[in-house]
Design a protein around this ligand. Structure first.
Ligand code: APR
Length: 232
């Protein structure tokens, strides 16, 4: 691959798997244990808010007990030392990229450690349960929900993501199955815009065929090795 200047990195649940956070579609993954329709749609929330709030309370509590792994730390190092443009677009709602020290991070599917008030539309940092419908810290309404983008809702930061894809010369995808759009379509955008594309994943993703290069293995090994190459 040629020299690169501007990088977009897409991460998915696979980068946090070795930190002990469940992925969604692997054997024993979240979507085997819970119906997407029940816990990850606005309709499911309207139908049974308690079920949904309990689900995200459990996840919010769990991620606070997990630690970033070598893949998160390697990306934080690249973020700190890379002179060119760099954007880590994560589908993950955990805060392990930031806890590893990464700064140029965009959460396109929201964040567990925020609560979103559907009355005043403010997102507030939040680590406690939502099941008892606590008041919004800004408007006091009891209409807080998890700040997670559910199926059928618009992901965050799409303009910024497409702007970064337009200027990047390298697109790297780490730990994602390529099952969910619009994230699964970024590799095609990047290829059409002339960027080199690299996939780092445990197994081939649904979009594998579109990548110029695919490396298979655990993120905790592949990502530090790749970052070493980039900073060499
Ligand atoms: N290292 C690298 N890759 C891994 C590892 C690992 N240790 N463990 C699993 N993977 C890979 C799997 O092979 C799979 O391709 O990570 C991917 C995880 O895929 P999913 O569980 O489908 O998660 P993700 O792609 O992030 O899901 C996308 O779907 O459910 C929605 O909003 C949710 O953001 C999520 C989106």
């Amino acid at each position: 691959m040629r020299e690169h200047k501007n990088i977009v990195i897409l991460t998915g649940a696979g980068i946090s798997a070795e930190s002990g956070i469940d992925t969604f579609r692997s054997a024993g993954g979240l979507w085997e244990k819970h119906r997407v329709e029940d816990v990850a749609t606005p309709e499911g929330f309207a139908r049974d808010p308690e079920l949904v709030l309990r689900f995200y309370d459990m996840r919010r509590e769990a991620i606070q007990t997990k630690q970033p792994n070598p893949a998160h730390h390697a990306l934080a190092r690249l973020d700190a030392d890379w002179a060119g443009e760099l954007l880590i677009v994560t589908q993950n709602v955990d805060d392990l990229h930031e806890r590893a020290g990464a700064k140029r991070v965009l959460h396109m599917h929201g964040e567990h450690l925020n609560a979103w008030c559907t009355s005043c539309d403010v997102r507030s940092p939040w680590t406690a349960p939502l099941i008892d419908r606590p008041p919004c810290p800004v408007c006091a309404a009891r209409t807080l929900r998890p700040d997670v983008v559910w199926f059928g809702e618009m992901p965050y930061g799409m303009d910024r993501i497409y702007a970064a894809l337009r200027t990047c010369d390298l697109f790297v995808s780490i730990g994602t199955s390529g099952a969910v759009y619009p994230a699964a379509g970024f590799v095609q955008n990047a290829v059409e815009l002339g960027a080199d594309t690299l996939e780092l994943n445990l197994e081939r993703s649904q979009g594998s065929g579109m990548f110029h290069q695919t490396r298979l293995g655990p993120a905790s090994e592949l990502v530090p090795a790749w970052v070493e190459e980039m900073l060499a």
